[in-house]
Write a protein that binds this ligand. Sequence first.
Ligand SMILES: [Zn+2]
Length: 73
Amino acid sequence: MQSKTMECHHKKPKSLGGDDSYNNLVWIKTEVHRLVHAVQQETIEKYLEQLDLNKIGLKRVNSLRKLVENSVI
Ligand SMILES: [Zn+2]
């Protein structure tokens, strides 16, 4: 049940000094985007279940989570 919607994400958030340069932007699926920014365990579990990521996908999510200063999941 994944949407095909893509969203633009700032690898380094503007709040941490990130800018709108090409290198700082990435297009990711809406659900992945939610997961990158999720802090509540319930939300994290919901999107992990929806996305059913493989190891590489999870690694990518975690590298994006680290950049926004969220915990590794
Ligand atoms: Zn974002």
